[in-house]
Design a protein around this ligand. Structure first.
Ligand code: SF4
Length: 366
C-alpha cells in the first residue's frame, strides 16, 4: 500500500527546500553541530559574485521556486549576508534565514532582514531554561540572546520557526519546551531528531521505542497546537500520523491536505538539497556524501541528474525494511541516519520501530 499515490511523491525536477550554508563561521560551539562550526570564515567560501551566480542558478529550477534557507554556521558572520538575502528575494526566491542566537542578532539586524524581504526566520531552543539550553549551545547567555531575538522578530512581524534538538538527554524536557513555545506566537516547531554526524557523534539518539512514543505525542499535540509541528530527519512521523488519521476517518485526499500530508515524500535528496559553504552539494546537511560542486556544475544539473540524487529518489532501491515497507513512498526513512548507521545511504533508518512484512519465506523481525 502506498497510501497516497507514489507518483506524486517523487520530486525529480526541483527540490522544495534548498539549504545553503553561507559560512561555517559561528560564535557558538554547539554540542551537536553538523557543520563543526569554526570561529573564522573559511577562505574557500563562495565569494559574493559566486554566491549571486548561485542564486540565479537556484532560480533556474523554475516555478514555483524552491524555498531557500540561508543557514550556517552563522550567516551573520558574512558581511554580504543582507545583500545576498536582498538579491535572492529580488530574483523571486522565497528566502528564509537561520541565524545563530548570539549578540550579532540585534534589533537592527532583524529590521534589515525584514527590509530585505525575508519570508521567515528560525531560532534554536533546546531546553526550556537558560541552564539546559546554554549547556547544549556551549555558550553562556545564548538562551537570553535567543529570547531577545525572538522579541525583535515578533516585533518585526517575521514568521518564526523554533528548532529543538531531540536526543536521549533532551527528550524528557520537550513538554516544558512546548509550554514555553505556547507563549511565543511562532509559526512552526521543528524537532530535529539527532543524527550522529559532525559533533553530534558525542550525543546519544533516543531509542526506537521512545521515538514511537514521541511521534504519537507530537501527533496528539498537532491537533491543538497553535503552530505547525515538523519532525526533521524522522519521516516515520508521517507513518504514525497517516495511520492515526485513517483510524480517525480521514480519507486520502483529506490526509494530503493537512500540514503533515503536504510534506509526504520529502526527505534527503527527494525535495531537499543542501549546498555547503564551499559549494559542495549534498542530499541534506546531515548526509555527508557530495554529489558535485556548484563551481563545476549547476545545482539544477546535480539535483536532477547526479547518480546519488536519482538513486535516493527511487525508494524501490532501498535495502532492508525501508525497501519493502508499504510506507516508503510517504516516509522512506532518514537517508542520513541510514548512512550514519551503515555507511550506505540506501539502507534502513534504525530509529524507526516499524516492522514491515518480511520477505516471503523469512521470519518477521525488526
Ligand atoms: S521502515 Fe523505513 S520506510 Fe517504513 S516507516 Fe520505517 S523508516 Fe519509514
Amino acid at each position: 500500500m502506498d497510501a497516497v499515490g507514489p507518483d506524486r511523491l517523487v520530486f525529480s525536477d526541483a527540490p522544495r527546500l534548498v539549504y545553503w550554508e553561507l559560512t561555517r563561521a559561528c560564535d557558538l560551539a554547539c554540542k551537536h553541530c553538523r557543520a563543526e562550526a569554526i570561529e573564522r570564515r573559511d577562505p574557500r567560501e563562495l565569494s559574493t559574485g559566486e554566491a549571486k551566480a548561485l542564486l540565479k542558478e537556484i532560480r533556474a529550477f523554475g516555478n514555483p521556486p524552491p524555498q531557500l534557507v540561508m543557514t550556517g554556521g552563522d550567516p551573520l558572520k558574512r558581511p554580504d549576508f543582507f545583500e545576498l538575502v536582498g538579491h535572492g528575494v529580488g530574483l523571486g526566491i522565497p528566502v528564509s534565514v537561520a541565524p545563530s542566537g548570539t549578540r550579532l542578532l540585534t534589533e537592527d539586524a532583524v529590521r534589515s532582514l525584514k527590509a530585505s524581504g525575508v519570508q521567515s526566520m528560525s531560532l534554536s531552543i533546546d531546553g526550556a531554561t537558560a541552564e539546559i539550553h546554554d549547556r547544549f549551545r556551549g555558550v553562556e547567555g545564548c538562551f537570553m540572546s535567543t529570547m531577545q531575538a525572538e522579541g525583535y522578530i515578533r516585533e518585526a512581524r517575521i514568521p518564526l520557526q523554533i528548532n529543538t534538538l531531540v536526543t536521549a538527554e533532551t527528550v524528557a524536557g520537550l513538554p516544558e519546551v512546548y509550554g514555553l513555545l505556547l507563549g511565543l506566537g511562532i509559526m512552526r516547531w521543528s524537532l530535529f531528531y539527532l543524527i550522529g554526524t559532525g559533533r553530534g557523534r558525542d550525543l546519544r539518539e533516543i531509542r526506537p521505542s521512545q521515538c514511537e512514543v514521541l511521534h504519537h505525542w507530537l501527533y496528539d499535540l498537532s491537533k491543538t497546537a497553535p503552530f505547525a509541528i515538523k519532525a526533521t530527519e524522522a519521516p516515520h512521523f508521517r507513518r504514525v500520523a497517516s495511520v492515526r488519521m485513517r483510524a480517525e476517518g480521514f480519507d486520502e485526499a483529506a490526509i494530503r491536505r493537512t500540514a503533515i500530508g503536504r510534506g509526504f515524500g520529502i526527505r534527503d535528496g527527494n525535495g531537499i538539497m543542501f549546498i555547503s559553504h564551499t559549494g559542495d552539494v549534498y542530499p541534506s546537511g546531515f548526509l555527508p556524501v557530495s554529489a558535485g560542486n556548484v563551481r563545476q556544475q549547476t545545482p539544477v544539473a546535480i539535483y536532477r541528474h547526479s547518480d546519488l540524487f536519482t538513486r535516493l529518489r527511487a525508494v524501490e532501491g532501498y535495502t532492508g525494511k525501508c525497501g519493502r515497507c508499504e510506507f516508503h513512498g510517504i516516509c522512506g526513512g532518514s537517508r542520513a541516519r541510514a548512512f550514519a548507521a551503515t555507511g550506505d545511504p540506501m539502507g534502513s533508518d534504525p530509529l524507526c520501530a516499524y516492522a514491515p512484512e518480511p520477505p516471503a519465506g523469512s521470519e518477521r523481525s525488526l
